[in-house]
Design a protein around this ligand. Structure first.
Ligand code: PGA
Length: 229
């Protein structure tokens, strides 16, 4: 599988900023298409904007930032997996540390979300800190672990400029890989300056938030990855 670069906008950008970002990143991701899979996770409300753009530029792929743990039904405010599927969503982040911290999501909630996504053919990208690994895999049903991808994110390293040390990343990847035979991404202060160092570890991709907001920074990351692979 190609190295994954997943851009997580969190709760940033308006629709015209999303459009101009797409126009800047699409040509670079097209050039890198043989080596890098570029995924973009905008706010839910911008999914139609991105989906329309991607009809002409299929080299970028859409990722949701979350999904309802329930199917269609009386769940006010929730967006279910089948609704995401309608917009061509291929992946969905679940269990991000901010969802766990501010929205009090549990490992069981995250497992329910994974099941909902897999039922419509969307790949769950499950975010975990080191502490989340054991309870998260205990909550996931046997047999679906290998159908997900994983993002190791140390909460203390999110939103800065210094990524976790390589030995911590390798050690945590090994913990995750004991439970699942699946791609594992690293996220937390990934920047154009440290991506080359991160590429020396065995990560299968990066989850990038702050640096992804500036399209020229994300393009630098994509280009560094494509030259190294
Ligand atoms: P960061 O965030 O790139 O701003 O550190 C990563 C994330 O929380 O997904």
């Amino acid at each position: 599988m190609n190295f994954i670069v997943l851009a997580n906008f969190k709760s940033h950008k308006n629709s015209s900023e999303v459009e101009s970002w797409l126009k800047t990143v699409a040509p670079v991701s097209t050039r890198a298409i043989d080596k890098v899979k570029v995924l973009v996770a905008p706010s839910m409300i911008h999914i139609p904007v991105v989906s329309n753009f991607l009809l002409q530029n299929s080299n970028l792929q859409l990722c949701a930032q979350d999904v309802s743990p329930f199917p269609a039904g009386a769940y006010t405010g929730a967006v279910n997996a089948a609704q995401l599927k309608e917009y061509g969503i291929k992946y969905a982040l679940i269990g991000h540390t901010e969802r766990r911290r501010y929205f009090h999501e549990t490992a069981v909630d995250v497992a329910n979300k994974a099941r909902e996504l897999l039922s419509v053919g969307i790949i769950p990208a499950i975010c975990v800190s080191r502490e989340d690994i054991e309870p998260q895999f205990a909550a996931l049903d046997d047999g679906i672990q290998n159908d997900c991808i994983y993002c190791f994110e140390p909460p203390a390293d999110i939103g800065g400029t210094v990524a976790a040390p390589a030995d911590v990343i390798e050690d945590t990847l090994a913990m995750i890989r004991r439970y699942a035979d699946a791609p594992v991404l690293y996220g937390g202060s990934v920047t154009p300056d440290n991506i080359a160092t991160l590429l020396k570890t065995s990560i299968n991709g990066v989850l990038v938030a702050t640096a992804s907001l500036d399209p020229s920074h994300l393009n630098q990351i994509i280009e560094t990855v494509s030259h190294a692979r």
